[in-house]
Design a protein around this ligand. Structure first.
Ligand SMILES: [Fe+2]
Length: 183
């Protein structure tokens, strides 16, 4: 969906480019939502996650919140039509769900820390029910919440600056142990 397409020129190439920018903007709405969630999910602190890994995740989360309006503003600058934005979200929302599920399965299948588990446990497919359970424990955003984020994006007057906190994100970026160590 985001790759180059052979043989397009002129107006068609321009339209395809606008469509891709609109799709990136819609994806960025979800990454910002996930970022905000991750910065505020207290349950992650008590879940026994490796602290460096959690810090790296939260650093990325903060970075997603911080730049949440960039793709949106570019998309709107190039094409202000509501239909373009709405269509992009309608395409992206179900796709993000599928990609996240696949990504989660991939990570679990390849996590060396889980290698000690019996094979059936490792191979067991992670389905929507498992994700919902994790959501109840506060370890993942709830599917309903993600659906709500998609609907927010469809509001005609929506702008990413209306949600989430840039100051919280910037404060985390400044205090992240991993970022400090990298400097
Ligand atoms: Fe991003």
């Amino acid at each position: 969906m985001l790759g180059d397409r052979e043989g397009l020129s002129g107006k068609a190439a321009e339209q395809y480019l606008l469509e891709r920018v609109a799709i990136v903007a819609a994806i960025e709405h979800f990454t910002a939502h996930m970022g905000h969630w991750m910065l505020n999910a207290k349950a992650l602190d008590e879940a026994g996650i490796d602290p460096t890994m959690l810090d790296l995740l939260r650093w990325h989360a903060a970075e997603e919140v911080e730049h949440r309006a960039v793709a949106y503003d570019l998309a709107r600058h190039l094409d202000r039509r509501y239909m373009r934005r709405a269509r992009a979200m309608i395409v992206v929302a179900p796709l993000m769900g599928v990609i996240w599920l696949r990504g989660t399965r991939f990570m679990i299948a390849n996590d060396p820390e889980l290698r000690g588990l019996p094979a059936p446990d490792r191979k067991r497919k992670i389905g929507w029910r498992a994700l919902r359970r994790a959501g109840k424990r506060g370890l993942l955003p709830r599917p309903r919440e993600l659906g709500g984020a998609a609907l927010t994006y469809l509001k005609p007057k929506f702008h990413p600056s209306q949600e989430y906190s840039t100051s919280q994100a910037v404060a985390y970026l400044a205090s992240s142990q991993a970022a400090r160590a990298a400097h």
